[in-house]
Design a protein around this ligand. Sequence first.
Ligand code: PAF
Length: 280
Amino acid sequence: MQVVTRIAELRAGLEPLRRASRSIGFVPTMGYLHRGHEALVRAAREECDVVVVSVFVNPLQFAPNEDFESYPRDSERDRAILSAAGTDFLFQPDVAEIYPRQLLTEVAVPELSHTLEGGTRPTHFQGVATVVLKLFHIVWPDKAYFGQKDGQQVAVVRRLCQDLDLPLELRVVPTVREPDGLALSSRNVYLSPEQREAAPSLYLALEKGREAALAGMEGSAVQAEIERRIAEEPLARLDYAAVVDPDTMQPKADLTGRVMLAAAAYFGKTRLIDNLIVDL
Ligand code: PAF
């Protein structure tokens, strides 16, 4: 595995491979890797000739009151995981490499960014869309891999690719879960033992929502069921529950076709998100 910190160096390494028609798979991450990230790298390894993974904690997608400074980082462990998973290039730039000057250009997909996560984190997806487009321009992948765990991020990036005619295929990999259902997240490390025990309630509430949707309930009733189930867990504080179209993020009343059930809740200070896609 080649570890690269400079954009020019990465481009120079990829150029001959691209000219030789080798397909490039790209997995953008913020590091502190877990089995969810490994599943993305595995998928890229299976489908592409060359695998590029970025590890970059993007300050632009954190609000001033959020956990940018304390976001968990473990570079050595990340390198060992990525090397074992068959990564060819690890791109690990510092903030000055990605943002060398004041950014006057930003990328936004407002329609998809102001509900759900965007309700609580209004500037988050603009930061995500901006860095993802920059990373795509740096790597020029044939395929890019994202986890379904961040379902709204998937919708934002998909629309960005469509609207700006980016010549790459977006691959979405299913959420990886602990045996008790908790979705893997780098932020799970913040949970106390009691909060960790309570945290699967988020997934279990979504499962109850799925049952209600399959039983024919309307969107608002399914949402109420998810909210009620989360409220039953004393250590959980509901942020939102929603029943939406997975592409537009608009609420769905009449549940037919593909539906995304999404929820976010605080366990202490840690905010966890999860979602399920249901085909009706
Ligand atoms: O999902 C993430 O880890 C981040 O939002 C991403 C896509 C790497 C952009 O910083």
